[in-house]
Design a protein around this ligand. Structure first.
Ligand code: AHM
Ligand code: MG
Length: 335
């Protein structure tokens, strides 16, 4: 007799990645292996973040990283977990991490094919307050497998093969794109699997939230000041709501689901803003654009920028298409 099958499909992240890659008959499974390794690192970091108090991973080590931020123990642990899990795939000879000044070279990589950029634990200033933090990653193909070099890491964001983030919040989520669609997976801690819960995420066309560290307001340029004024004093309709977590992964995650705009603009003292192009902006821009939103410098797509150094910063505007286009129009009218 025919068994009736319930139509709910509990796809795990592993099955989903495998299925996606099987669409390419020539794929050898290397990207599948790499993504499974990143997935494992994210599970390890999620577990450590949850138990950080218990296992004494909190607390400042006293060191500073390349970008001048205080490094906490959980950052170091997350960095090592990412490097370790990725190294053993045998296909990644070079990577860049927020926590490492120079590129990380993997010795004895037998089948060089990809390089990875990542921020192992973004939003780390929030750790002690138990606020959501995350891991951001981007994967590129290396140009010459015989000669992996820094220029492989310095590719434009539009060349990304895949990018994603894990967010360690009330529940742990992993959001992933190959550039066509964006899918979100939620970790079921009982079985230790990421399950597809957010199929084809689409960012609302226009949002009712603006997100920016307004503490810097005295140092914003005229356009950002005007835009914020408009958010609060619209000519028609209600003012936008202000929401700012201070953890980019969480602010972008909310923006993806609810719409609106996230901004980290230039200030007088930091003309390049704060956020890093390679491993913070590009991977998240690839996701926002694939979800139908926009990621902009104010005048150009983030993904079109040619990076010149591993830790360079870039002012940015991410979010619903209409909101980002509004700020782009303001910049266009002032130049
Ligand atoms: P981090 O990589 O040291 O954690 O810094 C990046 C974080 C982002 O997650 C967040 O968007 C931003 O810094 C917040 O900066 P600020 O405290 O200046 O608002
Ligand atoms: Mg960071």
């Amino acid at each position: 007799s025919i068994i009736s099958i319930k139509k709910k499909d509990p796809s795990t992240l592993s099955r989903w990645i495998l299925k996606e890659q099987q669409k390419y008959p020539k794929a050898k499974g290397d990207l599948t292996v790499l993504l499974n390794s990143v997935q494992l690192a994210c599970k390890i970091i999620a577990n450590a973040a949850k138990g950080a108090g218990i296992y004494n991973l909190y607390g400042i080590t006293g060191e500073e990283n390349k970008s001048g931020d205080i490094v906490k123990k959980l950052d170091t642990f997350s960095n090592e977990s990412m490097i370790n899990c990725i190294s053993f795939t045998g296909t990644v000879p070079i990577m860049a991490s927020e926590e490492a000044e120079n590129s990380i070279i993997v010795p004895n990589c037998d089948q060089p094919k990809y390089c990875v950029v990542f921020d192992p634990l973004d939003g780390s200033s929030n750790i002690d307050a138990n606020v959501s933090i995350g891991t951001i990653f981007g994967i590129y193909r290396i140009e010459d497998p015989k000669k992996p070099q820094d220029s492989d890491l310095l590719q434009k964001g539009e060349k990304l093969v895949c990018s994603g983030y894990a967010m360690y919040g009330h529940s742990t989520m992993l959001v992933l794109t190959f550039g066509d669609e964006v899918n979100g997976f939620t970790l079921d801690p009982q079985i230790g699997e990421f399950i597809l819960t957010h199929r084809r995420i689409q960012i609302p066309e226009k949002g009712s939230i603006y997100s920016i560290n307004e503490g810097n307001a005295k140092d914003f340029d005229k356009v950002v000041t005007t835009f914020i004024h408009r958010c609060k004093n619209p000519t028609k309709g209600s003012p936008k709501k202000a929401r700012y977590i201070g953890s980019m992964v969480a602010d972008i995650h909310r923006t993806l689901l609810y719409g609106g705009i996230f901004m980290y603009p230039a200030t007088k003292d930091s003309p390049n803003g704060k956020l890093r192009l390679l491993y913070e902006l590009n991977p998240l821009a690839f996701i926002v654009e694939a979800a139908g939103g926009k990621a902009s410098t104010g005048s150009a797509p983030i993904l079109s920028l040619q990076p010149t150094s591993l830790h360079q910063r870039q002012p940015c505007f991410f979010g619903s298409k209409a909101d980002v286009e509004e700020i782009e129009a303001l910049y266009a009218s002032t130049t």
